[in-house]
Design a binder for this molecule. Structure first.
Ligand SMILES: *Cc1c(COP(=O)(O)O)cnc(C)c1O
Length: 393
């Protein structure tokens, strides 16, 4: 099915990665209109819900030209770019949860899903909810335990991985878990939101589907909700598109446009956030008010070796605990001036959240703080943290 729905000037699905360009270039160059004189450089924001009837195919059938069924040029541009980055066929959804629901919607009734016990809270609640209504069975495993995960996955229909996890930053051994055949017949899905399509490429390791909350690093400006599922096999992408058509979790036109605009700068944003996160993790670790710090870039972090082997960087997310426990965590959130006390992550602004205060997060160490490091100057971020931490004692 033609996903551009608009005839001539759809984004090129250019094989940029296969032409050897680096991901930092692909985010800038992919999903643009072809080299046609007079064409706009950036794919325009198309808000149309329907298009003039497309020409009939060789079988005499016509695509409908209705956006929920065939997409729009703006969605298609974003999908082409992210598909290029991940090395698969991307389908955009209304949100990360929309993409996740569509993936789980591929499962026949009664399937067994084995999932990370620290997967994103929405994923875990959705899995538990569907298990409660008899839609599927859900089993949660510690995905840092590769043997236990594989043992469970081999009798499952779907293995749901997330690495690094939100929020504990657990790192799964994707080199082993995604390797074809290791998980038996199970479809292997990786939520790649924290790693971004710049730092980790699960499809290249053998995973079947990657999902993203593009609300986070891809959008990058905390001004949209959007999700993507990227399938290694075009046939699976077609089934995901069918889920989108039937369930109706379609992305907004403006959101798709903004997500693509955000993607253009993701490499530079992430480079800054990641460099600052590495520095802040080191300084937090030395601070007397701070307890355990988790950041895969720290040499002593339990995920460090794996992250070094399978990621091209350690990302811009840190979690840490305070010696003063949950009360100190609340106080820190209140006293930070520059860093926002706010949920969500991956934006140009830095946010901190006392994650253990959220429903569905009872498994977390009490007082766990999640810090999304944005694009501010690292010394300003540290000055803010140091002042708030210093006021605790
Ligand atoms: C936020 C998030 C989601 C859900 O995405 P939405 O866009 O909020 O629906 C899924 N996975 C991870 C890892 C997330 O951080």
């Amino acid at each position: 099915m033609d996903t551009t729905a608009s005839g001539s000037s759809g984004p090129r699905s250019s094989g940029l990665r296969s032409s050897g360009l680096r991901p930092q270039t692909v985010v800038v160059a992919a999903g643009r209109t072809g080299p046609v004189p007079g064409e706009p450089l950036s794919v325009p924001l198309v808000l149309a819900s329907n298009f003039r009837s497309p020409a009939a195919g060789p079988d005499g059938m016509r695509a409908s030209g209705y956006a929920r069924e065939d997409g729009t040029p703006t969605w298609a541009a974003l999908e082409a770019a992210v598909g290029e980055l991940e090395g698969g066929t991307a389908v955009a959804f209304s949100s990360g949860m929309g993409a996740i629901s569509a993936v789980l919607g591929l499962l026949p009734a009664g399937s067994l899903v084995v999932a990370a016990d620290d997967a994103y809270v929405g994923t875990r609640v959705l899995l538990a909810d569907g298990a409660g209504t008899g839609r599927w069975q859900a089993q949660f495993v510690d995905i840092t335990d590769t043997e236990a995960t594989l043992a469970a996955a081999r009798s499952a229909d779907l293995l749901w991985l997330e690495s690094p996890t939100n929020p504990l930053l657990d790192v799964a051994d994707l080199l082993v878990l995604c390797e074809r055949g290791q998980a038996g017949e199970a479809l292997v899905v990786v939520d790649n939101t924290f790693a971004t399509p710049l730092l980790q490429h699960p499809l290249a390791l053998g995973a079947d589907i990657v999902v993203h909350s593009a609300t986070k690093f891809i959008g990058g400006h905390s001004d949209l909700l959007l999700g993507l599922a990227v399938a290694a096999e075009p046939e699976v992408a077609g089934r995901l598109r069918k889920r989108r058509m039937l369930d109706g979790a379609t992305p907004g036109g403006l959101e798709a446009f903004l997500a693509l605009r955000g993607l253009r700068t993701m490499a530079v944003r992430l480079e800054r956030g990641q460099a600052s996160a590495g520095e802040l993790a080191l300084r937090l670790r030395e601070h007397p008010a701070v307890g355990r710090v988790r950041y895969p870039g720290l040499p002593e972090d339990p995920g460090h070796k794996r992250a070094s082997a399978q990621m091209d960087g350690f990302g811009a997310m840190i979690t840490f605990e305070l010696r003063g426990g949950p009360a100190a965590a609340d106080a820190l959130c209140e006293r930070l001036r520059l860093i926002n006390s706010a949920t969500s992550l991956g934006g140009v602004e830095s946010n901190v959240e006392h994650r253990g205060r959220k429903p569905g997060q009872e498994h977390l160490p009490p007082g766990l703080l999640r810090l999304s490091v944005g694009c501010e100057h690292v010394e300003d971020l540290w000055a803010d943290l140091a002042a708030a931490l210093g006021s605790l004692s």
